[in-house]
Design a protein around this ligand. Structure first.
Ligand SMILES: [Zn+2]
Length: 169
């Protein structure tokens, strides 16, 4: 996926560019290529980014630790503010208080938009925090269950034997 030079976007038809996606994203482990599109529209002082994509990922169940495959689908949009000072932010001392506005995505109006990175971030956000192979997953099977039954039975039987050995009262 090529980076989009933001000033170039203003000359595109409807100031919009749509990138078809059918590839593995670097850093994102998926079983199938990510398929979909990213559409970017230049709105003057911000970019409106819309993305639709899907892929299949391998998850590890939080309860039983088994791996299972899950479809990951994305249908999201985001506004990215264009701000000349966007690139200077990193030069500021780290201990400065972070204003709320700084938490929003900003890019320099003379900079680039990277559809691949944006999609990667969105996909990461879409990965479920709580992964379950099944809503009714019983968790890790108590492996010793059947053995402990036998153990209990044996204990009972030895108790029975003991009783038999005791003189009748
Ligand atoms: Zn499970």
């Amino acid at each position: 996926m090529d980076a989009i030079f933001i000033p170039q976007l203003t000359k595109a038809p409807e100031r919009t560019e749509e990138i078809q996606v059918q590839e593995f994203l670097p850093g994102l482990e998926t079983l199938t290529p990510v398929r979909g599109f990213v559409r970017v529209q230049h709105q003057g002082n911000f970019l409106q980014v819309f993305g639709q994509a899907e892929t299949i990922i391998t998850c590890t169940c939080n309860r039983c630790l088994q791996q299972y495959n899950q479809r990951l689908a994305l249908n999201t949009q985001e506004i990215i503010w264009l701000d000349e000072t966007a690139n200077q932010a990193e030069d500021l001392p780290l201990e400065r208080e972070v204003a709320v506005e700084d938490l929003l995505e900003t890019l320099s109006p003379e900079g680039y938009f990277y559809p691949s990175e944006w999609l990667y971030e969105q996909m990461c956000l879409a990965i479920p925090q709580r992964q379950l192979c099944d809503r009714k997953c019983p968790g890790i099977k108590p492996v010793a269950a059947s053995n402990s039954d036998e153990l209990v039975d044996r204990r009972w039987s030895s108790l029975e034997n003991l009783k038999k050995q005791l003189p009748e009262s």
